[in-house]
Design a protein around this ligand. Sequence first.
Ligand SMILES: Nc1ncnc2c1ncn2[C@@H]1O[C@H](COP(=O)(O)OP(=O)(O)OP(=O)(O)O)[C@@H](O)[C@H]1O
Length: 365
Amino acid sequence: MKPFYKFDFQLPLGAFDLHLKCQSQATMLGLFGASGCGKSSSLKAIAGLHKAFGTIRCGSHVLLDSNLGIDLDPAERAIGYVPQNHCLFPHWNVKRNLLAGQRPGHCDALARKQRFEEAVAILELAPLLTRRIHQLSGGERQRIALGRALCAMPDLLLLDEPMASLDASLKQRILPFLLRVREELGMPMIIVSHNPIELQLLCEEVIVVERGQATTQGSPLEVFTQAQIYPGIATAFENILELNIIEQNPEQTLACLQDANPAQPIVLAPIPGPSRSHIRIGLAASDLLIALTPPVGISARNIIACRINRIQNLPTACLVIVQLQTTTPTEIAAELTSSAVQELGLTPGMDTYIVFKSNAARLYL
Ligand SMILES: Nc1ncnc2c1ncn2[C@@H]1O[C@H](COP(=O)(O)OP(=O)(O)OP(=O)(O)O)[C@@H](O)[C@H]1O
């Protein structure tokens, strides 16, 4: 299959030499790496804000091909770029800031009006339209910056640390908006983040950038369970699962994996607030147990059949990566001591059970 993104470009930045060479079929792509490794500069090169040399292809668009003499101006690239500092016009009201993203020649007035209304609806901006930027909170400014990028009718969104400046509770409130943009507009995105959970929630694939080069690539689980990426991340790994809600009542919530085969209910703690059709939960790898046979007489509510795919050694433990019974591959990681792995004789290909308490699940959205 043809890759959606194809990057092979160089960007000399004084003493720092960025050479990003990678390709991906995923439309939701994450860039992850230490501070100063070249993530923001990569986004700016893709947006055309830094002059790069080489090849940048996104979907069917060739944005840069130095051999063919192609180097589109930023305005011709149909990219919505949301920088870390938002760059909103402080003395304009929200509506004027949103409309500032629109380019009259890019598409007809009706389509632009529709997109403005979609952005206002998805990001819940209607009550803010007449407010000025300095009257807004950090999370509201983030939504306006995202809305302005959407109003430009881009074919691709580039988000540079979309939640870096927000505290934990605001992050919780912005994430659903990003997911709605992904789900309702189906817009491809490249997201730069330091936060593995954000990338797991938003991206299909993650590229790790180190000293200006792409060094590792894979699904968020494949990348973040590798001890050599950042040792602390693999040991604190949290699985993200998307579940459909079957029943929500004051005692418990019943849910199931979206494509579980056979459907196997997952029991969660009650979820406060209105009823929902689906949720995303986080399960820390260290909260999961593995059993060779379904345990009986145990308080944990969830005993889920799975098969071991591989076992990875961490400095002080092992991550057992299992495949759940779903039609599309769904892996989750359980952290065990190496002595537990040896005593149970766990090996790839074995059929086992993942066991966890209802309260182990952390509710994301
Ligand atoms: N305009 C510039 N001129 C010279 N060097 C630059 C310029 N912009 C960035 N750099 C350098 O290039 C390197 C990569 O910077 P970049 O901002 O892309 O990193 P980053 O991975 O996004 O970092 P952070 O996570 O801290 O935002 C850094 O060493 C930085 O000092």
